[in-house]
Design a protein around this ligand. Structure first.
Ligand SMILES: [Zn+2]
Length: 297
């Protein structure tokens, strides 16, 4: 079975619902399917993809189902925690864990196991003492500031990674792809076309998909001008291609200003057409015919 990450490869998308439990976006599904955490890891991944949660994590995060991540202290592999947590830093053996936690303590300034008289103290005893003496790292303004920045970064990552996954251009483009797939589900073959925006957007062309280019020419609200079909082929192939084009070439500034995901810089047109040709040649679909067609205006 071949897997494709349709949503945010390299990030695990989940969101905390008001019920207090996490929902995971099925990033291998071109649509937008959210599944409660316990079902997702307990049954869903196995049932629909025959994957363990670790394998799913590997595919989404690294694009490699069998990736091997090495423990920094030995030659073994890093152990896998829960899906939302990902890989542990070490292989999980007590000796590597203890080396790692000593390193962390040294780095955070809390490592101080040996007392002057040669005895040892527990971490919490040491921390209590540090707090009493005003020397605990969290009482140090510099460390507090670092911690504050780190928390901000964590919050930022949460927003980027899943709390609001559809703010970003990439997420918007992917969610458009799934709505187009639903909207066009009655048509096995559709067109990819290029056109001018109307009103004209200087320096940019529009690339879009439709089941009938005539409709776009005669449309009342925003009739496109100079529409030209580039390909006519299987719906899902065209939608995959369109998404790849958007992710590679669509202009992010135009998206930020006008919320349009289909504006492409004219100076990239040659490169874009070449990309389309190579994409078409590499497509291994079973029953694809590619046609070019001029549209009567
Ligand atoms: Zn190890």
């Amino acid at each position: 079975m071949k897997y494709k990450v349709y949503h945010n490869p390299g990030e695990l998308i989940r969101e905390l619902r008001s019920s207090g439990s996490y929902y995971y976006l099925d990033q291998l599904d071109p649509g937008e399917t959210w599944v409660g955490a316990s079902n997702f890891t307990g049954n869903y991944l196995r049932k629909y993809y025959n994957l363990t949660s670790q394998q799913y994590y590997n595919i989404v995060m690294y694009g490699d189902i069998n990736i091997k991540l090495k423990c920094p202290w030995c030659d073994k592999e890093r152990s896998f925690g829960k899906i939302g947590h990902g890989y542990n830093i070490t292989c999980g053996s007590p000796s590597c864990n203890s080396k790692q936690s000593n390193k962390t303590r040294v780095e955070s300034g809390t490592h101080n196991f040996l007392t002057e008289n040669g005895g040892s103290e527990t971490m919490s005893m040491i921390q209590q003492k540090l707090v009493a003496e005003g020397k605990h790292p969290f009482q140090n303004p510099k460390v507090r500031e670092l911690q504050r920045l780190k928390n901000l970064e964590v919050q930022h990552n949460l927003i980027e990674n899943g709390i609001h996954p559809f703010q970003k251009f990439e997420s918007r483009a992917k969610s458009n792809r799934s709505s187009e797939s639903k909207y066009l589900s009655n048509y096995n073959k559709i067109y990819l076309y290029k056109a001018e925006f109307n009103p004209k957007l200087d320096g940019y062309i529009k690339l879009g998909v439709t089941y009938n280019p005539e409709i776009r020419v005669n449309e009342n609200r925003y009739p496109l001008s100079n529409i030209e079909t580039l390909l006519y082929s299987d719906r899902e192939f065209i939608l995959d291609l369109e998404l790849d084009l958007k992710l590679r070439y669509a202009d992010r500034d135009i998206y930020d200003k006008l919320s349009i995901t289909e504006a492409y810089p004219i100076q990239k047109l040659d490169e874009i057409l070449q990309f389309i040709n190579e994409y078409k040649d590499n497509y291994k679909g079973s029953s694809t015919t590619i046609e070019n067609q001029e549209i009567e205006k």
